[in-house]
Design a protein around this ligand. Sequence first.
Ligand code: MV4
Length: 451
Amino acid sequence: MVSKVLIANRGEIALRVIRACREMGIASVAVHSTADEQAMHVRLADESVCLGPAPAAKSYLNIAAIVSACEITGADAVHPGYGFLSENAKFADILEAHGITFIGPTADHINLMGDKIAAKAKAIELGIPVVPGSDGEVKNVDEAMAASREMGFPVLVKAASGGGGRGMKIAETEKDLAEAFTTARSEAKAAFGDDAVYIEKYLKKPRHIEIQVACDTHGNSVHLGERDCSLQRRHQKVLEEAPSTVLDEKARADIGEIVTNAMKGMSYRGVGTVEFLFEDGEFYFIEMNTRLQVEHPVTEAITGIDLVREQIRVAAGEKLSFTQDDIELKGHAIECRVNAENPETFIPSPGTLHTYHAPGGLGVRMDSAVFSGYTIPPYYDSLIGKLIVHADDREACLRRLSRALNEFAIDGVETTLPLFDRLLENEDFHAADYDIHWLENFLESTAPKGD
Ligand code: MV4
């Protein structure tokens, strides 16, 4: 087993990992920037090391400083959380070269999934259904046109190094294609330093459904059901739920088996998320995330499994503590991301929380690193915390969410909490009748006049 874990992150996810370490009898080391000296992760960890100034590039992304912090404290493993260095293959490589365990997949798997063209080719090879598209990269407008005519318009031009919606351009018809191809390519070059693009059939009204997987180095590969993450704004998830209302047991078992077999086929290690678009009863692979995700608690709620504990176990070479047969999906869970942002404009609202009182009670989990008197710095993301509610079924879950939202008291910064009250009043949301575009339309249609 590992004996001391350095957490290369901040905020609620740093606390999440420190908590798992404490329960496993593993020592924890927090790292922080000068802006985070008062942060809760620094206080809760057994030890802490200051990495550098506030900008992430000088602190949370500073690989040399993090490796030094490991050497100084004798940490034998690093948990990267999400964001920052969590999907940086070079970081995983450097740690391993220093004899430090990276709590995550191999650098090769991170690299493979970071290249969306290579990832899709691998998915096809492993028997995962994908969106119809070009055979890998399209190098010029002629190739783009040939591929698009074959699959039929509309099509989407995507950046190989993209993901999260960056570097995507729709071509509705043939006459839009040249421009979509050229702009996607130059935006990809500017954003990622890589102008490789590929083409997919554009799915008009899909849902975003992702499958959680976990694999150890003893050949065990399991899935923990799905999360429906369709409610997004500008590629930022706002609310996630599990299970998805559009899957029955057979559809879930079928895609779960496909995905677990695929993970076994590539000897994947650690937890991961295989992302799909789901339309008219069919799954279409789009990407794989090789990290623990923000929304992992909804899966923990319905399975009762501690995903961070399992991450640490398998990184240390131990077996997963459960098998597929042990996994039972129980009830329904919803996560709301509470951001320090204006609930209508989504403009960040950093500042001091004069009041902070989180909801609690049966079936309510609040993952947050803030407290009354805490000042949210302007340098990082605006997540105040994640409210996760769990109940026997979706109806009860929505009632519990309403109850929990009512208990919240936050003063001093603007938050996205009012948005969830508005959602709970909406019929489509109650019926879970939504797709990936629904939330943006909802926000537009309920926006105050003059906006
Ligand atoms: C698509 C798509 C429609 N058709 N691919 C956006 C982020 C990136 N991970 C993939 N994305 C999409 N890929 C095809 N072939 C629509 C989106 C998309 C989307 C996907 C998931 C969640 C929200 C979204 C919002 C807009 C577009």
